[in-house]
Design a protein around this ligand. Sequence first.
Ligand code: OXD
Ligand code: MN
Length: 590
Amino acid sequence: MATAPNALLPLPKLSPEVTAWVESVRQLTQPAAVHWCEGSAAEIKQLTAQLETSGELIRLNEKEFPNCHLARSNPSDVARVEHLTFVCTSRKEDAGPNNNWMAPAEAHAKMRDLYQGCMKGRTLYVVPYCMGPLDSPLSRYGVEITDSAYVVLNMATMTRMGRPALDLIARTGTFVKGLHSIGELDPNRRFIMHFPEELQIQSFGSGYGGNALLGKKCHALRIASYQARTEGWLAEHMLIVGLQNPKGETHYVAAAFPSACGKTNLAMLIPPESMPGWKVFTVGDDIAWLHPGPDGRLWAINPESGYFGVVPGTNPDTNRNAYNMIRHDTLFTNVAVTADNQPWWEGLKSGTPVTDWQGRPYDPKNGPAAHPNSRFTVSARNNPDYSPHSEDAKGVPISAIIFGGRRRTLAPLVYQARDWEHGVLVGASVASETTAAATGQVGVVRRDPMAMQPFCGYNFADYWQHWLNVGAKLSKPPQIFHVNWFRRDEAGRFLWPGFGDNLRVLAWMLDRATGAAHAHETAIGSLPLPEDLNLAGLDISPADITELLRVDTDAWRHEIAEFHKYLGQYGARLPAALKSQLARVEQALG
Ligand code: OXD
Ligand code: MN
């Protein structure tokens, strides 16, 4: 059987490297058919119909949720698998203590064995894609080969997928090769391998988003972070949002939070009624590619074109825009359903589940009705606040970078780094309670520098040095902040309302970035006093706000000592500037 692209006549000029690689994969995996994806609406419709017929997709209540579907994954395949994710650089030390490492030859041999004949009886889909606007010099290309039509549908939403991407690859030559097979979905035969030096990804045994939609975490973060280091830019786990103040000025902010810590909600924030005149525009909700611009500012594009967001907790009160966005043309994975076939999840606040995420009659004894990591896949254009500048080839200029974690205690609501170098230390010191986005225990604090622990494709010590190098190129660097929306009191009550009210903190940051707002200096950075924040119309007690803005020196001494120990594993590779920034904070804490 030939691998000539059947669906693409008349043909664009094809990259010989793509055709040769597809042919070699075809010989290895032995599929029954090869389908080159062109990304047209007709193709998406046809693939959707095919999955409806096979039962892999269930059409949801057409009146309430037009053109929405439910996919149920294998119950053992519901999250990223960090323990089975490897970075295969020639030298182990280049992957660093932050990654699992395997020698490239060993990894290739292992994967070759798994791929041998793995697509027999299945269709091999060739998925060409572009990460970033099609006409942007900052965008990068890839081709994912997969045997999952569900993956194709997700990639069609999450990336600029199809024929235009194939044309661009033919013209420019460079692309990331991603090979994916769901295999038998056997957790014992599951690996997500990255070969950054070869621009290759190989994934086997999982159909879950972060393991299988190779444009996302594997390409746009792990491989791209490695590429970005050699090319002088940054690939980050960050949302990008534009905030327009009542004077009509818009500033863009990029914010890094670990998975399932509210990036999508922050990117789609709805201003509180007591802050009239503010407007919010979403550029991205998960990944930012940041480039130093000729004007000395940092410019950002969102490489993705859709959102693969966490469903539970979404409702019209917490975020009406997010709720409306997923009321149509949305692919749900692992939510529950109601008697009238509407999707249901914990925190929805209406409706009753009758069938759980595994398709069983709902019984609370079996745990939540929707999986805590159930997801929606939706086009960014469904978002009522989608920023038209998301399509700008040069990106948007960033005024502030925010790091954050989910911490019950310790980290105050907000603090600002003195300068870029101190900001790199603040980012490196992020720690957060784990969530259901990755398999493993939930709720334990772990170190997650720049929210990139699962996603940095090389040694963190070199990554921090790279951050310092990028900063040195910026004559107008963004201000760097740390936030914690998740502080609780001893009874477990959240001290800060979060969601739309986070704008109060963002507004202070933007005033700081333009030099207008007040702050007071502490050992860990600059903090607002309660009166520096716009708290008008907010029902919060003076005791709570004081607690939210308190720096507990003893607890911080302990935290920084722990962080110091953590950094020890990076040994001599640790940048000198990071060590001196740390020493400065230690000294200030006494
Ligand atoms: C995601 C994640 O899916 O971070 O975005 O896990
Ligand atoms: Mn993410």
